[in-house]
Design a protein around this ligand. Structure first.
Ligand code: IVH
Length: 677
């Protein structure tokens, strides 16, 4: 039962990562194994199946789907189903086909695209909205994001109402060229990018939605789904390839040939390759097989978890066995310590590898991993190979003691010797000045979505670190005085230094969220940084944040709040910010521009928590005006302590029945203006 609870927790965590955050610490195959282990235990202890939080009850991320993204929600007109029937073996597929009627029953085979599912909704011919799948019923509204993708879709569909479904993907060739350094696979990239709050961040990222299904519509549609996909094509939607089969022999050929050769394996990825260029290079994780006739589908019907007429055939991941020699403990930019297996070289999907991630210490323990074991290494639609299983323990002839010891969790940080803390199941180096962390933090500070210092990538940071030209984030600004030393380095021509300096200069007045994001506070990504900037408006206010305020922010949990507090209460961190200020870096105040207060006049009197200019800025940015004296025309008065005649005048006018609002506390002010600081 302890294992059931453990598995539940893990599945919940990975669901959240997968469906909400667009990332995953484990491969799909590992997820499936956890899920299957759980499902088997649940059969043994059926009382667990009754529980509301049972993973087998949920579709996607369940009722929590979409709740962490901060995007507005929308209920789909008709639900987006998912496929519960999955298989990796042909025999299971044959079984499915026979249950649907067997030979003579027409099915369609399509690539199962590995991206995120979207629903585009047209009413009266016009595109009204676009949303993610979410939990199948309610999704995130992403209309503007969708419009900024590179999708081929019509602006109008005559005068029809039409829901179209498809998968947003990033073609493999584009991913390789542009995104491989930032994401470990195209799915993570598309999931992260499609849920950006700023639609402009979606532009130029190569995203395309490929359509495969029609939801609710008043269009006259055919009984055959294959025809309906062609209707979408005739309206100029980018569609997926569709191949029909009417007997098991035909279906088997299509599946064994991986969609008649359309899907090929490249560097561990399953990619849709089409010489006619009709289809982009979408990454697929299998095939979808659906009964073609809609009438027949109705006859076959649904089980509790989904349609009985649709089946997913999942590709087997590339796997290879090898012998593990040692574990290397890597320290990342947040101090996270990750075990990496080093093994006898193998070839997986055309690339030679001798290292693969072991995720975390607990994962090693669960596998029962020991020195010299035969392990199974897997790669499946991901840049990162993973160790997934111990195949056998082997007799040890000559043990290398150091290598043998590397299978234990180190007692100190392998890079700096600092203390290690556990945040189950992860381990972190506690020393924020650990060089591994600092290098990583500098690289993050300079990265595109943070301060965007072009020419300060990982390799260069390493070089500058070794040459003692960089030692922490503020030392980036000291580079500006070290032209000579820089130009003396190999590969640092004058032009390169010029560009680097220009780029560094440009970072001196970042947006507040950008600055917060650049600081590599654990768990504080772009979205959280934006929330913090909206909440505090200025860096000075942010530096004075309290735990209570932080957990009050929507979507902020205790861990995030504590991580921020750990930094704000760390003297070295505060010192670093001050040093950055001294180098001329100062984040801009957040603009709350609107015309909400147009035509309204405010008077500020007495001593308030912030300087008068602070309130004046808020009022003016919302289109209001500030006046020096109180009159019948005054909309509201902000009253601080020790206010004098202006307060008296305001109270007199209120007593006479003038509708002047008196804002007598910071809370009242914040509530009135709808800001928080
Ligand atoms: S059909 C009942 N066709 O894979 C059938 N789904 O669980 C409904 N997917 O998230 C879906 N490619 O969005 C269908 N060619 C394809 C697909 C596809 C990818 C996604 C789907 C869903 C999951 C199936």
């Amino acid at each position: 039962m302890k294992r059931i609870d453990e598995l539940k927790e893990l599945i919940k965590k990975y669901d959240l990562q997968y469906y909400e955050l667009g990332t995953s610490e484990i491969s799909d195959a590992e997820y499936d194994r956890l899920y299957e282990e759980y499902a088997a235990l649940e059969k043994e202890f059926p009382e667990y199946a009754e529980m509301a939080d049972s993973p087998t009850k949920r579709v996607g991320a369940g009722s929590a789907a979409g709740t962490t993204t901060g995007l507005p929600k929308i209920t789909h007109k008709s639900p987006l189903l998912s496929i519960d029937r999955k298989a990796k073996e042909l025999s299971e597929l044959e079984d499915f086909y026979n249950k649907c009627g067997g030979d003579g029953t027409e099915v369609i085979v399509q690539p199962k695209l590995d991206g995120i599912t979207c629903n585009i909704n047209y009413e009266n011919g016009k595109l009204i909205n676009a949303a993610t799948r979410g939990n199948g019923y309610i999704g995130d509204l992403i209309t503007e994001n969708f419009k900024n993708t590179d999708t081929k879709y019509p602006e109008e569909v005559e005068n029809f109402d039409l829901e179209v479904r498809g998968e947003a993907i990033i073609p493999f060739d584009f991913f390789k060229k542009k995104l491989q350094d930032d994401y470990s696979n195209p799915r993570n990239a598309v999931a992260g990018i499609m849920r950006q709050i700023e639609p402009k961040d979606v532009k130029g990222k190569g995203i395309q939605v490929m359509f495969y299904d029609i939801g609710q519509t008043n269009l006259e549609i055919s009984d055959k789904d294959s025809d309906n996909v062609n209707i979408l094509k005739s309206f100029d939607f980018q569609i997926v390839p569709v191949i029909c089969a009417s007997t098991w022999e035909e279906l088997k050929v299509v599946v064994e040939s991986r969609l008649n050769g359309y899907i090929q394996q490249i560097e561990g990825f399953n990619v849709l390759m089409d010489s006619t260029k009709e289809f982009p290079q979408a990454v697929c994780d299998g095939l979808v097989i659906k009964v073609n006739s809609r009438k027949k589908r109705e006859e076959i019907g649904f089980s509790q978890k989904g349609p009985k007429w649709a089946f997913a055939y999942k590709f087997k991941p590339l796997q290879e066995k090898t012998i593990i020699n040692r574990v290397v403990w890597q320290v990342g930019k947040t101090g996270r310590i990750t075990p990496v297996a080093e093994f006898n070289e193998i070839s997986l999907g055309g690339t030679k590898i001798n290292r693969a991630t072991l995720n975390n210490f607990d994962y090693m323990k669960q596998m029962g991993l020991e020195y010299n074991d035969t392990i199974v290494v897997e790669r499946s639609n991901d840049v990162i190979p993973r160790v997934v299983e111990v195949a056998s323990h082997n007799e040890i002839k000559e043990a290398n003691e150091e290598d043998q010891a590397s299978f234990q969790l180190p007692c100190a940080c392998p890079v700096c010797g600092g203390k290690i803390k556990e945040l189950y199941p992860l381990h972190y180096c506690e020393n924020p000045f650990c060089s591994a962390q600092i290098k990583g933090k500098i690289v993050h500070y300079a990265s595109r979505d943070a301060m965007n210092i072009v020419g300060l990538g990982e390799g260069i940071v390493d070089t500058l670190f070794e040459n003692e030209l960089l030692k922490d984030i503020p030392s980036i600004y000291q580079l500006l005085e070290k032209r000579e030393e820089l130009e003396a380095l190999p590969k640092f021509a004058k032009k390169k230094v010029d560009n680097l300096f220009k780029s560094i200069e440009k970072t001196k007045s970042p947006e507040l969220w950008q600055f917060i994001y650049s600081l590599s506070i654990p768990e504080i990504g772009k979205k959280a940084s934006k929330d913090l900037a909206q909440r505090y408006l200025t860096i000075e206010h942010f530096l004075e944040a309290t735990y209570e305020e932080l957990i009050d922010i929507e979507f902020f949990g205790g861990i995030m709040a504590q991580n921020v507090m750990d930094y704000l209460e760390n003297e070295d961190f505060i010192q670093m910010i001050k040093t950055l200020f001294a180098y001329g870096v100062h984040p801009q105040q957040v603009e709350v521009n609107s015309d909400e207060l147009k035509g309204k006049t405010f008077v500020i009197t007495g001593t308030l928590a912030n300087p008068r200019k602070f309130y004046q800025d808020i009022i003016e940015k919302m289109g209001g005006k500030c006046a020096g004296s109180v009159s019948k025309k005054t909309t509201a008065v902000l009253i601080g302590s020790d206010a004098g005649s202006k307060e008296t005048k305001a109270r007199e006018l209120v007593a006479k029945g003038e509708p002047i609002v008196l804002l007598e506390s910071e809370e009242a002010i914040q509530e009135y203006f709808g800001v928080s600081y």
